[in-house]
Design a protein around this ligand. Structure first.
Ligand SMILES: C[S@@+](CC[C@H](N)C(=O)[O-])C[C@H]1O[C@@H](n2cnc3c(N)ncnc32)[C@H](O)[C@@H]1O
Length: 346
């Protein structure tokens, strides 16, 4: 397929596609998956490893903000399009990061769905002293333009910590906009930890090499490391990976933490246990893809006798996947909202 024949599918990209703008040498910041973008011009800056791997597979340059912010040789873009994310706090972080990282005066376009709150960027930009004008709107999306300025706010100020109480345990967790849970313990994760620690039954002894898949702020990784497990924690989101590193350090714990699209960074690695509160959302849409890969490929990453323990909303269709992957499973806990499943590799 030639670049000319590839059309934008995502509404925000369709709005960009109809602009007369020359986007050569621009950065696409926090882009959605879209074939028109991935076969076009410029470079992606994304915290999402799956997005970066798709761009790189298409021969395109894609960097995480951590790499783009520290590497000296990435150059400066002719302009930047920021795809306004679902989390406004994360959108604000991207704005502050762009202002801190790129030269003053760099053209900036901001695009997003109206129902996703793109219109709020007017207020955000005004609060930062950045003017703005509307360029276009269509497909229930809007496009604004401005220029980057020196706003004097350190994007790192977005990092915060909070404490969670678990039984007799207290853990300090790092939080950042866009990281799952952002400042509180998820009810499903709490049920998973209570089940593992044996509330009301014998504890599930998770010793040896344990993988926390989809680690978020690192709550499971930190709890498992505190119990003495050798923890590997992975997440597709670069902010989650950094949050987990910070959470382990904040509690004086150690573990290996890496970016990975499900098992993509774990080729050939096997574990005594895999523990997860699997993802089933991608921005606003429900997406069972990563959870299905997590379950179906789990046996290949477990030693014989190794176990997969996951928590999930009771309505999610995981029993079928567990049956297919392991030939059986048990329900360790069920509080009507959430279930904890365990499957053992024979
Ligand atoms: C429900 S949250 C659980 C976070 C944390 N473990 C907890 O219990 O609070 C799911 C996590 O999976 C991550 N995730 C989503 N898609 C992923 C993928 N393809 N590969 C790895 N992690 C993914 C998300 O970024 C999110 O941090």
């Amino acid at each position: 397929m030639s670049a000319e024949t590839v059309r934008a599918e995502n509404p925000v990209c369709q709005l960009l596609e109809r602009q007369a703008a020359d986007y050569r040498g621009w950065w696409w910041v926090a882009p959605p998956r879209d074939a028109w973008l991935e076969t076009g011009q410029g470079r992606a800056i994304s915290a999402d490893l799956a997005v970066r791997e798709a761009w790189q597979a298409a021969g395109r340059s894609a960097l995480s903000p951590f790499a783009a912010g520290s590497a000296g040789d990435v150059g400066t873009p002719a302009g930047v399009v920021l795809f306004w994310p679902k989390s406004h706090a994360l959108g604000e972080w991207w704005l502050l990061w762009l202002c801190a990282t790129l030269p003053e005066g760099t053209p900036l376009q901001l695009v997003g769905e109206n129902q996703g709150g793109i219109k709020r960027v007017l207020k955000v930009l005004a609060a930062l002293g950045l003017g703005c004008r509307k360029l276009d709107s269509a497909r229930r999306c809007s496009l604004f333009e401005t220029r980057l300025g020196r706003v004097g706010i350190d994007p790192d100020a977005a990092w915060t910590t909070f404490d969670v109480e678990l039984d007799s345990e207290r853990l300090t967790l790092a939080s950042h906009p866009g990281v799952f849970g952002h400042g509180k313990l998820d009810d499903g994760t709490r049920l998973l930890i209570e089940t593992l620690s044996g509330e009301g039954r014998a504890p599930i002894g998770l010793a040896g090499d344990v993988l926390d898949l989809g680690c978020g702020d690192g709550i499971l990784a930190a709890w498992l490391a505190r119990q003495g497990a050798r923890v590997t924690a992975v997440d597709v989101n670069a902010f989650a990976v950094e949050a987990t590193r910070r959470s382990l350090a904040a509690n004086g714990l150690t573990g290996e933490v890496a970016e990975s699209d499900v098992y993509s960074a774990l080729d050939g690695r096997i574990f005594d246990a895999i523990v997860s509160n699997p993802p089933f959302h991608q921005e606003r849409a429900i997406d069972y893809g990563p959870a299905a890969r997590l379950i179906l490929d789990a046996p290949a990453h477990l030693r014989p006798g190794g176990q997969l323990v996951i928590v999930a909303n009771a309505f999610l269709p995981y029993p079928d996947l567990l049956e297919r992957a392991f030939g059986g499973f048990e329900i360790l806990a069920d509080d009507r909202r959430f279930r904890v499943y365990r499957a053992i590799r024979r």
